[in-house]
Design a protein around this ligand. Structure first.
Ligand code: SAH
Length: 249
């Protein structure tokens, strides 16, 4: 098959939360060797242009289309890097590529590698202290790809399990009520004193990190550039830091 001999490759890379210092050396090396970079506009904008590098930035929110395009470029012989912010396996392009591959097995010969990046919750937790120091989970609050009822149920079960919880995509202009509802569920299940951290645009010049008790949390403290970290029942402050002890409460 011609694609095999063309030796293209597809690398799915995480760019980290924003600061270039948080990109891994292997991601930088993959971008330096790429013929094509594919991704959502604002992520591709983080790649410095150079001769011989084609940038395929799209506003297209249909991730499967972008994934298929990347597979096609690689099977034509390109060294294609699909970029995501944070880690590409966390609510991002890696799953989309494998889903596209499943429905287009003609691309199974394309060599695919996934290069991890620092995901938003880990960058945010590090800035705050160590709120994810004990068991935790991550929930994407967007109901684009799953029903809201399932999101509520998972949030409820995370509270019952006394997990610290990182909430991605907490609030967008098109669904402002849902984060307010999530806060109601959290207050009912965790009480007013539970610590909640709003970490916005972590590691960028717009970074803002605020920790308050749930009683003071307001829905408009979050937007789409914010990851929210809800502590477990033992999460506490020490000086200006927030941490969760490593032992069970
Ligand atoms: N793959 C990404 C997540 C993509 S979903 C990752 O691993 O980080 C997009 C969501 O990630 C945003 O709505 C926000 O909740 C979070 N996010 C991404 N970058 C962020 C940053 N620099 N600061 C705070 N939250 C961020």
């Amino acid at each position: 098959m011609s694609d095999v001999f063309l030796n293209g490759s597809l690398t799915i890379a995480g760019l980290g939360p924003g600061d270039t210092a948080m990109m891994t050396p292997e991601v930088n090396a993959a971008i330096a060797q790429a013929s094509d970079v594919v991704g959502y506009n604002s992520y591709v904008a983080r790649i410095p242009p150079r001769e011989g590098l084609r940038l395929h930035a799209s506003d297209n929110r249909v991730e499967l289309d972008r994934a298929r395009h990347a597979l096609q470029l690689a099977s034509d012989g390109g060294h294609v890097v699909v970029v995501s912010s944070g880690d590409p396996g966390v609510f991002a392009m890696a799953s989309a590529v494998f889903e596209a591959l499943e429905s287009a097995p003609e691309y199974l010969d394309v060599e695919i590698s996934v290069l991890p990046g620092i995901t938003a919750m880990l960058a945010a937790a590090a800035r705050a202290g160590a709120p994810l120091g004990h068991d935790f989970c991550a929930i994407n609050l967007s109901d684009n790809l799953k029903p809201w009822e399932l999101i509520e149920r998972r949030l409820q079960l995370a509270i019952e399990g006394d997990f610290a919880v990182a909430l991605y995509n907490p609030r967008s202009a098109s669904r402002p009520q849902q984060f307010a509802r999530a806060l109601e569920i959290l207050r009912a299940g965790c009480g007013p004193d539970r610590l909640i951290t709003f970490a916005r645009a972590v590691t960028t010049p717009d970074e803002r990190i605020v920790t308050v008790p749930l009683s003071e949390a307001k829905a408009d403290m979050a937007d789409m550039r914010t990851v929210v970290i809800v502590g477990n029942s033992a999460t506490r402050r020490v000086g200006r830091y927030v941490y969760t002890p490593r032992s069970a409460p």
